[in-house]
Design a protein around this ligand. Structure first.
Ligand code: HEC
Ligand code: HEC
Length: 294
């Protein structure tokens, strides 16, 4: 804020306070003896006295003016003037964060030393981890971690990129991006239909066996490179297992055809910049434990 605007704010603040005091005193009538003065307003024969404010009320007004002056001298409020106490909300926030860090540091250090398998069985640690998950992950994976359209379910034991603690940690730190090219032009409508029926047959879903048989060789030449010859996927590429009935985008014939025709691409952003090692370790244990809880 430039010093002109700061001066502007200070000027009008002071003017407002001054005007309030003037207004208070200007309306304060000296006690009149004898006949009580009236305003001259009459409603249905009822007249209005023109009395000063009660003393206690008047004093309350003065007190609030005095309070605002003292407040504005001590705390920031008058333009750029920082206040005599030098208080500001950023410092206060920083002090609170530092205090919290100091309080939780030993706790995090203890959790850090535990292997993921053990940590995921510690209810106190998992309570903290769930809060972290809600803050950093639930907007995509859902508060219950069951994911949604295009967002993987983290509570089943089906993994795009692998469910070992190491794989989960890499996912959280570096993010992931899975991409599948579009096949509509290459396979044509007929080819897409056939290979879709073959894909459905892999998980035992309803399909047309004649079309599936026609799709099998297409799958072997166009899809097996990523999804594997048996369709069980490839965690190095994030190519989903197509045989388990778990779908990232839905397993209806229409959805499967859509995935094949248009391709898919998906990205989990890296979280390393938002989370320190201690918190990542907690989250790895949390995610690892989700699919192993009874
Ligand atoms: C902006 C959305 C978004 C946020 C935030 C996000 N994720 Fe993800 N996550 C995704 C997407 C999308 C994928 C799937 C990527 C793919 O298909 O290639 C994914 C994949 C994953 C996987 C791999 C699942 C598998 O089957 O291999 C894990 C584990 C995971 N996320 C955990 C987390 C955790 C823990 C957090 C919080 C620290 C988090 N994610 C935050 C969108 C997000
Ligand atoms: C270059 C590697 C690659 C090739 C080749 C490929 N895919 Fe994919 N496919 C992927 C990846 C990676 C995903 C997941 C994309 C994501 O995370 O959004 C995927 C997703 C899918 C899905 C969606 C699965 C779900 O759970 O919703 C289907 C269906 C599919 N592929 C079928 C096929 C078929 C059929 C072919 C051959 C015509 C094929 N793919 C070829 C890499 C590939």
């Amino acid at each position: 804020m430039s010093s002109f605007w700061s001066g502007w704010v200070i000027f009008f603040t002071a003017l407002t306070i001054g005007a309030s005091v003037w207004l208070l005193y200007a309306n304060r009538k000296v006690e009149v003896r004898g006949e009580e003065p009236k305003t001259g307003h009459v409603y249905d024969g009822i007249e209005e006295y023109d009395n000063p404010l009660p003393r206690w009320w008047f004093n309350l007004f003065l007190l609030s003016v005095a309070f605002s002056v003292v407040y504005l001298l001590l705390y920031p409020g008058l333009g750029n003037f920082p206040g005599l106490l030098g208080w500001n909300s950023i410092d206060q926030w920083r002090r609170e964060v530092d205090a919290a860090e100091a309080r939780y540091a030993p706790l995090y250090a203890r959790y850090r030393a535990l292997p993921v398998e053990e940590l995921s069985a510690d209810p106190e640690a998992m309570k903290m981890a769930r809060r972290l998950f809600n803050n950093h992950c639930s907007q995509c994976h859902g508060a219950d971690a069951r994911g949604g359209y295009g967002f993987p379910n983290l509570t089943d034991d089906d993994w795009l990129y692998g469910g070992t603690p190491e794989a989960i940690e890499t996912t959280i730190r570096r993010g992931r991006s899975g991409a599948m090219p579009a096949w509509g032009e290459i396979l044509g409508a007929e080819g897409v239909e056939n290979v879709a029926h073959y894909v459905l047959s892999l998980s035992g879903a309803d399909h047309d066996p004649v079309r599936a048989a026609a799709g099998a060789p297409l799958f072997a030449s166009y899809c097996a490179a990523c999804h594997g010859p048996d369709g069980k996927g490839n965690p190095a590429l994030g190519a989903p297992n197509l045989t388990d009935g778990v779908w990232l985008y839905g397993g209806s014939l229409e959805m499967v055809k859509y995935s094949i025709r248009n391709g898919r691409s998906n990205r989990m952003p890296p979280q390393e910049a938002f989370l320190d090692d201690d918190r990542i370790h907690l989250l790895v244990a949390y995610v690892w434990g989700l699919s192993r809880r009874p």
